[in-house]
Design a protein around this ligand. Sequence first.
Ligand code: FES
Ligand SMILES: [Fe+2]
Length: 449
Amino acid sequence: MPSTLDLDQLVQPDRVHRKVYTEPSIFELEMEHIFEATWVYCGHASQVALPGQFQTLTIGRQPMVMVRALDGRIHVLYNRCPHRGVQLCGSPRGNTGSGFVCPYHAWSFHLDGRVRAIPLKQGYEGTRLNPNDPQCSMTPAARVDSYRGFVFASLSPHCPPLLEFLGDARVAFDDMCDRSPEGEVEVVPICHRVVQQSNWKFFMENQLDALHPSVTHQSTGVSARRVEKRVREKHGEAPLHFHYLSTFASSFDQWDSVQTVNFPRGHGVLKAYMGLRPSDPDSRAYEDLLRQAYGADRTEEYLSRSIHHVLIYPYLSVQSPLQQLRCLRPLGPDQTLSEIWHFRLKGAPEAIYRRAMWYFNLVNSPATMINADDLENWARAQWGLQARGNDWVSFHRNMGSDTESAGIVYSTKGTSEVVMRNQFKAWREYMHAAATPAATAQAPAAANR
Ligand code: FES
Ligand SMILES: [Fe+2]
């Protein structure tokens, strides 16, 4: 098991050792000190809109279930029967009715996890088993909270409040919800799930990496640009979804002009570069609805935020202008599950939803050439780092030229590797933190929405 000293040697300000991507013992430490010690995204409240509805997930290595109780509150519980450990919810999602019933020996539980009944009670008389002991109930996550309908839980009672954890990155959820005339989004219930054959950190680094698109996505971008040009010549204009792909072929100078904003805790923003404010009839009708809801000034404020991606370290990439959210669930040092969700703006025209769905399918789905090319890079990085010929991964680009103000680091060049340096700064802070006690069955916590 690496010591703190080893970690300092492995993760330096301008380079990191290949072991941080490949070493199983470091992965175990990451799960303990990062994923199981901080707030982790569970899902959107609309995924469990009705009492009894549940969604299973993992927090670090822990199997969990998010469930709506009869009083409307949302609970996040360890998905484990206190009797002999059987998972109480075997499906990714569903409705468990008014409580959980274990399929093995029929112990049952309320939707907040409290034990409801233990069958054949007489067999336990005179034993140490006490139904009032929290050990006889499902164990709740130490903390549950939500922000604008997005539900988070922490297995550690020691993390800061959710809003403090999110910091300025909370703009991901503000930007998404403010684009709805009703100020809310609802989940599109089916997501893509992809198991990446690579370490979770490659995905997080890549999301704000403006150095790679002109190379990795050149063939897609250039092809899309040719088709977009032909369509425009023939019809006078081309639909926005051609643009989603053709911008990947932007020049390095264009990428350098797109700023990254790097927040504390590893969060960050890649500013807008796609020009997602067309003036077609659907867009004008949509903007009219926003003006009716918010007035002209606030509508302008909401639609002119400069955001392409918001990263919430260590597991979320939110593309709020297109209502996309990708969430990582690490499975091992070289395997990561990604869930690719998208959302509907409540009260917005169908055409606006269709536009976001084009992006979902063309850029973020596992079927697109964009995602496929990224996935291949990350897998090849995972394999390449098995090589002993060079132990170091370089993050030197533009080091020393970025600017800092009030703890926020701004890139002077969009292709600066400040993004990775900022993420590993957070990584070191997490990994140096004292080990936190395991979650216990103390005060149950729940989110109101
Ligand atoms: S394992 Fe759940 S009731 Fe026995
Ligand atoms: Fe990419």
